[in-house]
Write a protein that binds this ligand. Structure first.
Ligand code: ADP
Ligand code: MG
Length: 729
């Protein structure tokens, strides 16, 4: 029996009797496993507690004596919780987190004495993992192969509780011996500080009591869930996280009957379990629903301060994989696991907030009369316009290439959706200035839905096709891929925004020094920005072919693949931006691009290997077996002197044989293209050849395989069909 049929047999009865804890009130479990501020207060002397608060609020460095005290308290808390081990938890350039556990236990020097459990300041602050096998983009040559992880006191430590034991996790950055960033977290923290430096003075123009400004993030994680046995019977999913073959079932997503439909029981049990773990870890996951494609779902938390939100997203992705196992399910976080149906993104809802509790993108009742809101809105539009190429590059990956520009998810053209009311307000501001008496009436009144804020309702006419829509009181960066560490997209956005706000502050100061009043200086600066950046605003259908033409006329880039998108990071403009705001120096930036390109090439190389293996060992053998059956049937008919009735069989055999031929020739072409691309020594050129010459060869292979899937005896076919993967409950 083929692995597919075995897998299908195992699916029956799956999901029954799985591990599900009894339902608890969220308020009882939330944050239970986190070393929260209130637990710190309990376990730390007040001086240490206050030092942590200062680190959190002003970035003040924690000295070694304080770290010693914190380490003691943290260890005590973790051990009270039952933890035996601890680990630095960090974010190498791989999209997943890394950890290396050490026991608290330190043996005694003499054999008869008992050791002790301890955590020293050094243990807490700095670890030295074996760094040599993480991608560094060339920052670590063999002579300086060391890397350090260093405690990030601004993201809380937590205890992960598995059936196999409890471990204290300490969020950390990852740097090289020479101090360069090797991870996603360090540049994110630097960009958060850049935002604070540049935006606070602007916020103070409106509210003098503001002391600091920080970014907020509420991500929405899309994912697919399929049966584990079926997953294992698909070597493509196991090797490259997406299906390389497969024909669409007759029942796809056309009827839109899955979206927001009732969640299948088995999946809901899984959600319940991973959400419970997430809530214990302080991740405020509150929303779950079916997504557009069959077997696709979404999970979203309440937004948080950006650094914590990113940590929480990574932790959740990890939890999803672990907990799915308990339910014999598999969570797929790839951007496009199934061609032809919706892919998965990670929408990043992003805003700016002050320490005094103001959401700087909150429009209030009358956005047209709210100069603070308009200032923040216009500057962000301007930032996106100035740095749209970097934003595009920040979400580039081989997986996301399948989403962007594929008439689904946002297009590869970066633009801002403002909603029609905001567009009117902005254009009026540009042409006529601020607050001269004109009233803007939102469509709310006509709809007669009381209590719903005007701009919000206007924007519920959501534009699903925009990569960067304004959604009422925040922007939603929709282009980020489901599998990404969204840290990088956020780092780039923050840096662009920081740069824009520092420019704005200077521009306003210059006008004021020339004798203009503050309000006038602000308004005329915003008017200039709107004139310069109007082109980035687009409220139409981002999937329409006309938009591609229109965008080209406006001079907006439309770069559909990773190696070309990444070029933007190597421009002088980009190097200047990241070094000016102390986020990434030139060497770090170049190294990062190298790491991304290398990752891209490896993805495509892995796909080559998978195409070869699956076609040669699964698809062709099935086709040949079937061909044999047809041949012997035709022969049999001939023996019975019924040749004239064998024409259908002959035709089938011909089609199968032709597809076999096509697949074989396709493999040959693919290998040839790969060999040529690999001869390219320059990494950028190599990646581009993989894009231009290797990737296109996959099309023929897929066509040949899909033809065979449609022709061959179902009992012979070895890979679970899409309909089995997507509709098995
Ligand atoms: P959608 O309609 O786009 O699916 P959801 O309700 O699923 O919207 O998600 C909206 C997300 O935006 C939530 O995570 C929410 O917490 C987040 N959000 C709301 N306000 C802000 C804000 N000021 N900053 C960042 N994120 C926010
Ligand atoms: Mg959503």
């Amino acid at each position: 029996m083929s692995i597919r049929l075995q897998a299908l047999e195992k699916v029956q009865g799956n999901g029954k009797g799985v591990y599900t804890k009894e339902q608890k009130k969220i308020s009882e479990i939330f944050g239970k496993n986190v070393f929260t501020l209130s637990k710190m207060q309990e376990y730390l002397p007040s001086s240490a507690f206050e030092a942590i608060l200062r680190a959190y609020r002003t970035g003040e460095v924690i000295n070694i004596e304080v770290a010693e005290t914190v380490a003691k308290g943290m260890k005590k808390w973790a051990m009270d919780f039952g933890a035996t081990h601890y680990t630095h938890w960090f974010q190498p350039l791989t999209n997943i987190t890394a950890e290396k556990h050490d026991a608290f236990y330190k043996p005694a020097y003499s054999a008869d004495a008992q050791g002790i459990e301890s955590l020293s300041a050094r243990d807490l602050v700095q670890r030295e993992p074996d760094a040599s096998s993480f991608p560094s983009g060339g920052l670590r040559n063999t002579a300086e192969a060391r890397g350090y992880t260093i405690w990030d006191p601004t993201s809380p430590a937590f205890v992960v509780e598995l059936e196999s034991g409890k471990t204290l996790y300490v969020p950390a950055i990852f740097i090289s011996y020479t101090g360069e960033s090797l991870d996603y977290k360090a540049p994110l923290l630097k960009s958060i500080e850049a935002v604070n430096r540049a935006v606070t003075p602007v916020a103070q123009l409106f509210n003098a009591d503001v002391r600091s400004v920080f970014a907020t993030l509420g991500w929405e994680q899309e994912y697919f869930v399929i049966d584990e046995h079926l997953y294992e019977a698909r070597p493509d999913l196991a090797m490259v996280n997406r299906t390389l073959f497969g024909i669409l079932p007759s029942k796809g997503q056309e009827k839109a009957d899955h979206y927001f439909g009732s969640i299948p029981e088995r999946v809901q049990r899984f959600m319940h379990d991973f959400e419970e773990e997430a809530l214990r870890l302080g991740i405020p996951v509150l929303t779950r629903h079916n997504e557009v494609a069959p077997a696709q779902y979404e999970c979203a938390p309440m937004f948080e301060e950006l650094n914590t939100a990113v940590d929480h997203n990574l932790l959740l992705m990890d939890l999803m994989h672990r907990i799915a196992k308990r339910h014999k399910l598999k969570a797929l976080l790839h951007e496009k696991p199934f061609a032809g149906i919706n892919g998965s993104g990670k929408h990043n809802n992003w805003s700016l907030a002050t320490d005094t509790g103001i959401n700087l993108l909150s429009p209030g009742k009358e956005p047209a009369k709210n100069l603070r809101f308009l200032t923040f809105f216009v500057n962000i539009v301007r930032a996106v316009d100035r740095y749209s190429d970097l934003m595009r590059a920040s979400v580039a990956s081989s997986g996301n290439d399948h989403r962007m520009g594929a008439n689904e998810a946002p297009p590869a053209i970066i633009s801002v959706f403002t909603g029609s009311l905001m567009e009117q307000i902005l254009m009026d501001l540009k042409d006529n200035g601020f607050n001269y008496g004109k009233d803007f009436t939102a469509p709310t009144l006509e709809l007669n839905v009381p209590k719903i804020p005007e701009v919000l309702l206007d924007n519920t006419d959501r534009n699903r096709t925009s990569p960067f829509p304004f959604t009422g009181n925040k922007f939603e960066y929709r282009a980020v891929g489901a599998s990404h560490n969204c840290s990088f997209a956020m780092t780039v956005l923050n840096t662009a925004v920081a740069d824009q706000f520092s420019t704005f502050h200077q521009d306003v100061q210059t006008l004021m020094q020339q004798g203009q009043e503050q309000e006038k200086a602000i308004v005329s600066t915003l008017q200039e920005y709107l004139k310069a950046s109007e082109r980035i605003i687009f409220n139409g259908d981002g999937y329409a072919a006309e938009w591609e033409e229109e965008a080209a006329r406006r001079g907006l880039a439309n770069i559909k693949s990773t190696p070309y998108a990444l070029d933007a990071f190597l421009s002088d403009k980009s190097k200047h931006l990241f070094s000016k705001h102390l986020v990434l120096n030139e060497r770090e930036l170049e190294a990062r691009v190298n790491a991304f390109l290398d990752y891209f090439v490896k993805d495509i190389e892995m796909e080559v290997v998978s195409y070869q293996e699956i076609i040669a060992t699964h698809i062709l053998p099935a086709a040949i077996n079937y061909l044999n059956k047809l041949v012997s049937a035709a022969k049999g008919l001939k023996e019975l002197e019924l040749e004239e009735s064998a024409s259908g069989i002959r035709q089938l055999a011909k089609e199968v044989a032709e597809a076999v031929e096509k697949a074989n020739a396709g493999l040959h072409t693919m290998h040839h293209a790969k060999e040529l691309a690999e001869q390219e020594t320059d990494l950028i050129a190599r990646a581009k050849r993989f894009q231009d010459e290797v990737r296109p060869t996959f099309v023929t292979l897929r066509e040949a395989a899909d033809t065979l899937e449609a022709l061959i005896d179902d009992a012979e076919w070895r890979l679970p069909h899409f309909r089995e993967l997507l509709f098995m409950r």
